[in-house]
Write a protein that binds this ligand. Structure first.
Ligand code: SAM
Length: 224
């Protein structure tokens, strides 16, 4: 998969792709990425990329010309182009699975009050919200989307690691423990030391149900 990210702050994105799972995926050739600095497409001597909103109001808006030129140079008309925004469709694991099928994805990182609507009208295929809260930057939101998509690309992480995960399984995941057996007086549940895999599975399922009832009863109502 190829991921292209249009941003005013390339260093935020670069750090992500040069670390941990993403860096390994790049090293293995499973993912390629391209960071496009929107400022490189600004034509005036101050490299201006934002301006005040028509109609007044607080904050600034990303201007259409530099962003539009950056999108055209990135092939936005032929590739699925995503704008993360709190006014978009709410993101979900199934949406990540759908996006993971694409060969190329383009992400636009908004800033300030957002981007000129005409850019959305002309180039954007998906406006996606990562949740009902406001971040100050589209870089963080894009990386949330990219990270959830990238781990679904075959070979990036072990397939069996994806199976029992929260949400994907329809429930929240059961509690996990590792060594030591006792930590600050708290023991690992005896059943996990028993070696009885059928009983462990049963315990995990029950724990998943309890946790889902407590934090996400909506998942149970959906019949997942
Ligand atoms: N004025 C915008 C509004 O009320 O919808 C919020 C702009 S926000 C301060 C700046 C940028 O952060 C947005 O353009 C978007 O790219 C990103 N952003 C903030 N919250 C987000 C969310 N919940 N989901 C996706 N992107 C978000």
């Amino acid at each position: 998969m190829k991921i292209k990210i249009l941003t005013l702050f390339p260093q935020i994105i670069e750090t992500y792709f040069s670390t941990s799972i993403a860096a390994k995926a790049v090293e293995k050739g499973l993912i390629t990425y391209e960071i496009i600095n929107i400022r490189d497409f600004a034509r005036d001597k101050h490299k201006t990329c934002d301006d005040a909103p028509y109609g007044g109001g607080a904050g600034m808006v990303l201007k259409p010309e530099p962003l539009g030129a950056a999108l055209e140079a990135s092939g936005a008309e032929q590739y699925r182009t995503i704008f993360p925004t709190p006014s978009g469709r709410l993101f979900h694991q199934s949406y990540a699975t759908e996006l993971a099928q694409e060969k190329t994805l383009i992400f636009i990182c908004g800033r300030y009050e957002g981007i000129d609507q005409r850019i959305i009208d002309l180039y954007v295929d998906d406006e996606i919200s990562i949740g009902d809260y406001i971040l100050s930057s589209g870089e963080v939101a894009s990386l949330v989307l990219i990270d959830s998509i990238l781990r679904l690309v075959p070979g990036v992480i072990k397939a069996e690691s994806l199976v029992d995960e929260s949400i994907t399984s329809g429930l929240l995941e059961y509690p996990q423990y590792t060594r030591p057996e006792v930590y600050k007086g708290l023991r690992v549940p005896e059943i996990l030391l028993s070696g009885n895999h059928a009983m462990i599975q049963k315990w995990r399922y029950e724990q998943s149900l309890l946790k889902t009832k407590k934090y996400r009863p909506d998942l149970l109502r959906k019949g997942n």
